[in-house]
Design a protein around this ligand. Structure first.
Ligand code: NAD
Length: 260
């Protein structure tokens, strides 16, 4: 389905990003992986994915909280594969705290990664997409891109902003064969969520299994985590030709959370 396409997936050494990278590679796209691990640390993962899918898989370490690193990641992908046809902005972090106790430097870090890196990679990837008249940008936002939770104000702000950014970019390039969408998952069991389960267990002084059902999944009507593979399947659809008319949207994959 994606043979000949070149994809960059940020934050793809674990969780949702890795699942998206695997789905795109399985569909035939060359994939540049990225994360904060060193190239040596990421090599077993890169080699395993290449062996599993039979396509070119690269890895570029980059701290995307730094604007220059975000631009250089796109440039490295263009140098390796000749272009970026599919850009999946997935790297993101969470920090749970009351606004009046939220560390200033964590706010800056979180916004730099969750929001500003999306701007810098998109800016760097768009000229090539425009030249070729084809492109897919998928921004992994969150259900927190459309609703809010207490103690997650910076994360909620960053994800609402990513949804707005996705819509504006979609409108700018709508006539040039390029789509841009936000995917908004509910709770997906990944290392990011494992950390939240541990944090919430401490805050609420509860065992982790109760925290999962009564705190984390309290608002998710299915009472089940979304699987990373489900998010990946949705991203793959958006990147396919069948997804060409879906643009400027925020797609909810949230077990019914935002239907309340
Ligand atoms: P994860 O912690 O499993 O993976 C995060 C990835 O980002 C890793 O590959 C990590 O190396 C990379 N990363 C972290 N800091 C980085 C940096 N400074 N520069 C480059 N890469 C960096 O996270 P996840 O749960 O798979 O989340 C991925 C995305 O999905 C995030 O944007 C998150 O906000 C969003 N999301 C997650 C959930 C969930 O329930 N897990 C729900 C909705 C949205």
């Amino acid at each position: 389905m994606l043979a000949g396409k070149r994809a960059l997936v940020t934050g793809s050494t674990s969780g949702i990003g890795l699942a998206v990278a695997r789905a795109l590679a399985a569909a035939g796209a060359k994939v540049m992986l990225n994360g904060s691990r060193t190239a040596a640390d990421a090599e077993p993962l890169r080699a395993a994915l290449a062996a599993e899918t039979g396509v070119d898989i690269g890895y570029t370490a980059a701290n995307l909280a730094l604007p220059a690193a975000a631009r250089e990641l796109v440039e490295a992908t263009i140098a390796a594969f000749g272009g970026v046809d599919i850009l999946v902005n997935n790297a993101g972090i969470q920090h749970v705290a009351a606004v009046d106790a939220f560390p200033d430097e964590t706010w800056d870090q979180l916004l730099a990664l969750n929001l500003s890196s999306v701007f810098h990679t998109t800016k760097a990837a768009l000229p090539g997409m425009k030249e070729r008249g084809w492109g897919r940008i998928v921004n992994i936002a969150s259900a927190h891109g459309v609703i809010a939770s207490p103690f997650k104000a910076p994360y909620t702000a960053s994800k609402h902003a990513v949804v707005g950014f996705s819509k504006a970019v979609a409108l700018e390039v709508a006539e040039q064969g390029i789509t841009c969408n936000a995917l908004c998952p509910g709770y997906v069991r990944t290392p990011l969520i494992e950390k939240q389960v541990a944090d919430q267990a401490r805050v609420h002084n509860m065992p982790e299994d109760r925290v999962i059902r009564e705190v984390i999944l309290a608002a998710q009507p299915t009472k089940q985590f979304v699987e990373a593979d489900e998010v990946a399947a949705y991203a793959l659809f958006l990147c396919s030709d069948a997804g060409r008319s879906v643009t400027g949207s925020a797609q909810l994959i949230d077990g019914g959370w935002t239907a309340r």
